[in-house]
Ligand binder design. Sequence first.
Ligand code: ADP
Ligand code: MG
Length: 261
Amino acid sequence: MGKVLAIANQKGGVGKTTTAINLGAALAHKGLRVLLIDLDPQGHLTEGLGARRSYMDTVPSLYELLVSSKKDSLADIKVSTETMDLVPSNIRLVLAEQGLIAQRGREYKLRSLIEPLRDDYDWIIIDCPPTLGQLTDNALNAARAVLVPVQAEDTSIRALELLFDQIESLERALNVNIQIIGVVATMVEDTNVARRTLRILRENIPAMLPTEIRKRVRLKEAWAAGQSIFRFDPESDLLPTYSELADELIARYTGEGNGRG
Ligand code: ADP
Ligand code: MG
């Protein structure tokens, strides 16, 4: 049974998509079968894996699958990229926030779509939009496990508290458990101010993971080239970092929120 993971933070630009691509690539590098799902209407994950052209006009798209009761399957809309499969985003996903509200069992739509694919993959990773809405709720409920990237800057603690509150209220509303795998610091710079901010984060957020993703312009370049860092720059010092993050994920994941205690 494949493990499902949501990568969420309602703040934009904190490294969710970059983490999804490169954590996915790290898992694939270990010989694991990985499916990425781009749940952000902006399609940055899709673009970052060089698949943008193949999704813009495609119908049905993830949007139609989420809001219609037809029996279309994620398998019909997935594409293959370098080492991972991808369910691409579609511009119509912007309509999904509204479209899902009218649906019965709306928080279970993505979960039901993923279910038939769980034997085909070891890891299914969902890249969330920068919002706390229906799409993110769908991802959290589909995965019941979440990894939270955070940019090491001072406003982050409040944003994290909001996210944790949202997760708790979703748990109560659906009567499920959602495991917070951990919070991973991204874009970490080697400066005194960054070190200090990170120390404050570590003091306040027990879920902070040991791994820190350093700031590297090569990551931006890889995204623009439509490739993971594993393909774009195999010599990058970030490969061992993402591999270590993948190991932490594998070690901590219990699924269905069982690790919460
Ligand atoms: P989100 O998905 O949370 O909006 P992204 O992963 O798209 O965030 O990252 C935002 C921007 O920062 C992108 O341009 C991305 O290439 C860049 N970026 C992300 N992580 C790093 C990093 N470790 N070093 C340098 N740039 C990064
Ligand atoms: Mg993103």
